[in-house]
Design a protein around this ligand. Structure first.
Ligand code: ZN
Length: 241
């Protein structure tokens, strides 16, 4: 069920446009990996279906015509493009997380590197605090998530969290809307990069006290923070005015 506090697209066209613009933002923000990686959003008014980036295209190449429509079994039921074989990351998360309206899977360098260290992400930066409730790690396989069972494993590892690292492979990030999943994906990569740099420099990685972290968390995870930052990147990279 959509979060009443998070704005939702009012039409199917608006939902697809959000996806298209988010794709341009993600590519410009370094989340692209050739044509790999994908983003999806539930169809407005129909939580059993979702729009998803097509196979064989970069994040920045989505159009209203090539976006794929899938159901919660991961089957393509509409849209012009080819379906990604890793569709099950999306369908299985949507099945068990009614609060999730958008899912992103990508292979950002620093998140993959941190996942390969076996060390947990820690709240030692502002983006890190965004994930102060933890980012679990899916350790099932380094291969593509090409079955419902594997997708269910990723969804189980994710649990109630905002993101899950797929060890030595990538990330799955979820949001109450496309704006949130997109900004969270960027913040997660930033948090991983800072932690790796701090660790590599031999820093102690000291944390602030729990109450301070909690106060900052409340401020930076308000819905308007995600909208404001998404709209900024939309103006910058997606030609929105
Ligand atoms: Zn992948």
């Amino acid at each position: 069920m959509a979060d009443a506090h998070f704005p939702q697209p009012q039409s199917c066209e608006q939902a697809r446009q959000l996806l298209i613009d988010a794709g341009r933002i993600l590519e410009a923000s370094g989340q692209g990996d050739l044509t790999r990686g994908h983003i999806s959003v539930r169809v407005p008014g129909d939580p059993t279906h979702f729009y998803m980036k097509p196979h064989s295209h970069g994040f920045d190449e989505m159009t209203h015509e090539n976006i794929v429509i899938c159901n919660l079994d991961g089957e393509k039921v509409g849209g012009g493009g080819r379906r990604h074989s890793e569709v099950y990351i999306h369908s299985e998360i949507y099945k068990v997380r009614p609060d999730v309206m958008s899912v992103i899977h990508a292979h950002p360098t620093h998140a993959v590197a941190l996942s390969a260290t076996g060390r947990p992400l820690r709240p030692i930066s502002q983006p890190g605090v965004t994930f102060r409730d933890g980012v679990p790690v899916y350790t099932g396989t380094i291969e593509l998530i090409r079955s419902q069972a594997m997708g269910a494993g990723v969804a189980q590892a994710l649990g109630p969290h905002k993101a899950v690292l797929l060890r030595n492979h990538g990330v799955a990030v979820v949001g109450r809307g496309v704006e949130e999943s997109t900004i969270l994906a960027i913040l997660l990569e930033n948090a991983c990069q800072i932690q790796l740099l701090a660790d590599a420099a031999g820093g102690k990685g000291e944390e602030f006290d729990a109450a301070t972290i909690e106060r900052l968390y409340e401020t930076i995870t308000k819905p308007e923070q995600f909208i404001i930052n998404f709209e900024y990147l939309r103006r910058r990279y997606a030609g929105a005015r």
